[in-house]
Structure formats: C-alpha cells, structure tokens
Design a protein around this ligand. Structure first.
Ligand code: DC
Length: 230
C-alpha cells in the first residue's frame, strides 16, 4: 500500500515566486508549508557566524551535528528557528544570499538537510519548496510543480522585496546575485536544480497570485483524484 499523506513539491530558480504559491496553497489546503531554502540559509548563517571554512569538511560535519532548525507557524508568518534563536529576518539579508549557494552545494550539508526534510514529510500533508524537492527529496511526490519566470520579472520582484525591508541594494547587485545563484544551483554536482520529468510547469511571468493559485489548485485536484484511484 502506498503512502497516504499528500506531498506537493515546488521547485524552480531563485525569486520565481515559489514560496508565495507554496504558502497560499498550504493555507488553502491546510497543509504544512516547509521552506527548504530557509534551512540552507540558516546553515549559511551558522557557518558565517562561526567562521567555518567551506573546505574544512571535518568542522562542517561537527557543525552540522550542532545545527537544529525548526519552523514555528504563527498568525502572520512562519518563524525559522536556528538553535532556539529566531533567525527569520536575518536569513533573508543579502549577505546570506551572497553565500548560500556555495554552502548549499556542499555534499555533507545537502545530505543533512535532505534527511531532515524527508523526516518533516513523514505522515503529514506538506507543501515544500526548493530546488531539488521533486527530484531528490521526494521523487515520489504526488504533485510536482516547476516554476519559472522571466529574468527581468524575477529581478524586479527580488529588488522590491529587499527594498521593502529597507535593504540598500542596487538592481545590478540583485541581477548579479540571481545569475550567480542560478549558475551554482543548476551546475553543482550534488542534486542540481533541474525540472523533474513529471513536473507541471508554471511560468508565472504574466500571472497574478490568484491566477497561479487557481491553476495549481486545479492540478492538485486532478492528482488527488488520481491518487485515490491508484
Ligand atoms: O529559495 P531560496 O532562495 O531561499 O534558497 C536559498 C538557496 O538555497 C538557493 O540559492 C539554493 C539553495 N537551495 C538548495 O540548494 N536546495 C533547496 N532545496 C532549496 C534551496
């Protein structure tokens, strides 16, 4: 007998609006939302604070044993907790974005995070967004969505997001950071970002959030029916 819980995997490049769709979907369906990128960001924060060198695998393995990441949902948002500290705001800063791809390309880091992510998906209905959710973390996900958007739309979204938080960055820096992360995320050896063969592709360059949600909900209902039949 197959797994009973329903798993939705949402993958795609940075700033494609994955987490907006994932959150809305989770809310609508009453599923648990898990932002896997936040986990890599929290690890990056820990490494930077503790001055961990990215080639020092022994120290990295020790550090990974000491890193505990939790998600606490409350009324407005989901708090990301790194070893009892709320790091939700800090992990969105540009200095984390500038370092996270290098950290998340490390095999040991990925193995530790994938194991935690798989545990979070045991027996619960979840929506998880990231880069390798439909390919590596949950290759048997019930619904896989691959999101794309044009580079200019992505850069504008990211710029607006950072500006709204009062972070002073130039559009050039944002474009450079996105291109840099795209490159590392899709060319790394360990579970690179790629579209799963059975993924539903959603290009949201010209779609409102409501339109995206209704397209994805329709696809969910189709897959749910299929799961009931299988
Ligand atoms: O989704 P995000 O931009 O917050 O993710 C931050 C970084 O984490 C991203 O540049 C790549 C990495 N990441 C990853 O390698 N695998 C995931 N499943 C999620 C994120």
């Amino acid at each position: 007998m197959g797994r009973k819980n329903f798993i939705i995997a949402i993958d795609g490049f940075s700033s494609c609006g994955k987490s907006t769709v994932a959150k809305a979907l989770a809310k609508q369906l009453n599923f648990v939302f898990i932002d896997s990128g936040a986990m890599y960001r929290a690890v990056t924060l820990y490494f930077l604070r503790n001055n961990i060198q990215l080639h020092d695998l022994e120290t990295i393995n020790e550090a990974l044993e000491n890193i505990h990441i939790d998600f606490i949902p409350n009324a407005e948002k989901i708090q990301v907790i790194l070893n009892d500290e709320d790091v939700s705001e800090e992990i969105r800063m540009m200095y984390i974005s500038d370092n996270v791809s290098e950290v998340s390309a490390i095999k040991e880091v990925r193995h530790a995070m994938v194991t935690q992510q798989q545990k979070l998906g045991k027996r619960r209905n979840i929506v998880m967004d990231g880069r390798d959710i439909g390919t590596t973390v949950f290759p048997d996900a019930d619904l896989k969505i691959f999101m794309t958007a044009s580079p200019s739309v992505r850069a504008e979204r990211r710029f607006a997001e950072l500006s709204a938080k009062g972070e002073l960055v130039s559009m050039e820096d944002v474009i450079e950071n996105l291109a840099h992360r795209d490159h590392i995320d899709s060319t790394r050896e360990e579970s690179p970002l790629r579209q799963a063969e059975d993924a539903f592709v959603l290009d949201n360059s010209d779609l409102t959030q409501e339109q995206q949600l209704s397209i994805v909900l329709e696809e969910y209902l189709r897959r749910k029916q299929k799961k009931a039949i299988d």
